[in-house]
Design a binder for this molecule. Structure first.
Ligand code: NAP
Ligand code: GLV
Length: 313
């Protein structure tokens, strides 16, 4: 069995070592431009188009992340680039949901308790008590009820805030008021005090966090984007923050990454930035999951986590 590996961040060596250890029967190599030698499986993060092109032999492509937007974007731009019979498999949790829960719980508590405002007051040496937000009306809407969003929504119910969830198809999660499909999007948004985005980036979800959506939220709402930059219309967010409709935003992902030095988000008061680290891919957990799936495929058994390319996630 031959496996090619590509890790965009240029640190493929530890992945090569650990994947080879997990699958000693496999011949694993790091893919380099020009490598067209046969391969049964590809394990990739943000691989270039060339890796996928003219590889009818590939049985499956394993994405080293939950979001497969970068791979599907290659196919959208140049249909027929991805091997037609290869399965596209995303990471399922593999330690990410716990990290997302931590980020989400932290931001909900930070904004609920107005800690970001106390940080600013401290910088000005101001001893000032702020009116607390009412927990009962601090409604948090989680966009995306998949592997990550469902776990986040569930964990937020323990904080005593009302929690809503939005997905394409109807989900039932105890303690969460769920909404499904574009027809229920407005009802999901209406009066929410905080949005946490965990949608996949697809043609349907691009730009979903825009002026129209922000207007439906409670005045002085909070936005937390943990999914992908293109979900947000940046200028609409800046305008909504200027008007006070959005009070503050915690952003982990951006249209362009790294966020360009001259982007206004860097200097907009009450925008907090993290460099796409809300839930990082954990090597040990991810390799264990991928190795189990490769072994299942070689035995002819079904696996979970297969992406529906038409749906886009
Ligand atoms: P997932 O399991 O595929 O779940 C996606 C959820 O979004 C599902 O509930 C799905 O609805 C819903 N959805 C998709 N299209 C929709 C639409 N048009 N309208 C309404 N709901 C829609 O994905 P996941 O594993 O939870 O990951 C979510 C995203 O998080 C990834 O795609 C990735 O972009 C991002 N992410 C970011 C980081 C980071 O560090 N910042 C780390 C990991 C992942 P159904 O339930 O009806 O299918
Ligand atoms: C990270 O952004 C992922 O999609 O796993």
């Amino acid at each position: 069995m031959k496996i090619i590996l590509y890790e965009h961040n240029d640190d493929a060596a530890p992945w090569l070592q650990d994947l080879s250890r997990a699958l000693p029967e496999a011949d694993v190599r790091v893919w380099e431009p020009g490598d067209t030698a046969p391969a049964d499986y590809a394990v990739v993060w943000r691989a270039p188009r060339e890796l996928f092109a003219n590889r009818p032999d590939l049985k499956a492509v394993f994405n080293l992340g939950a979001g497969v937007d970068a791979i599907l974007d290659i196919e959208r731009k140049e249909p027929g680039t991805l091997p037609p019979n290869a399965l596209l498999v995303r990471l399922e949790d593999s330690g990410m949901s716990q990290q997302m829960v931590e980020y989400a719980v932290y931001t909900v508590l930070r904004y609920l308790r107005r800690m970001d405002e106390y940080d600013a007051l401290q910088r000005e040496h101001r001893w000032e008590k702020l009116e607390p937000h009412a927990r009962s009306t601090f409604t948090v809407g989680v966009l995306g009820m998949g592997v990550l969003g469902a776990r986040v929504a569930q964990s937020l119910t323990t904080l005593g805030v009302p929690v809503r969830g939005f997905s394409r198809t109807k989900r039932e999660i105890e303690g969460v008021q769920t909404f499904a499909g574009a027809g229920q999007f407005d009802a999901f948004l209406d009066g929410a005090k905080m949005l946490i985005n965990l949608l996949p980036h697809t043609p349907d979800t691009e730009g979903i966090l825009n002026a129209r959506a922000f207007e439906r939220l409670a005045p002085g709402a909070y936005l937390v984007n943990l999914a992908r930059g293109p979900h947000v219309v940046d200028n609409d967010l800046l305008q909504a923050m200027k008007s006070g409709q959005i009070a503050a935003a915690a952003l982990d992902v951006f249209h362009q990454e790294p966020l360009p030095d001259n982007h206004p988000f860097w200097t907009t008061p009450r925008i907090e930035i993290t460099p796409h680290v809300a839930a990082i891919t954990l090597r040990e957990e991810s390799i264990e999951q991928i190795a189990l799936k490769i072994r299942a495929l070689t035995r002819g058994e079904p696996i979970s986590g297969i992406v529906d390319a038409k749906r886009g996630y």
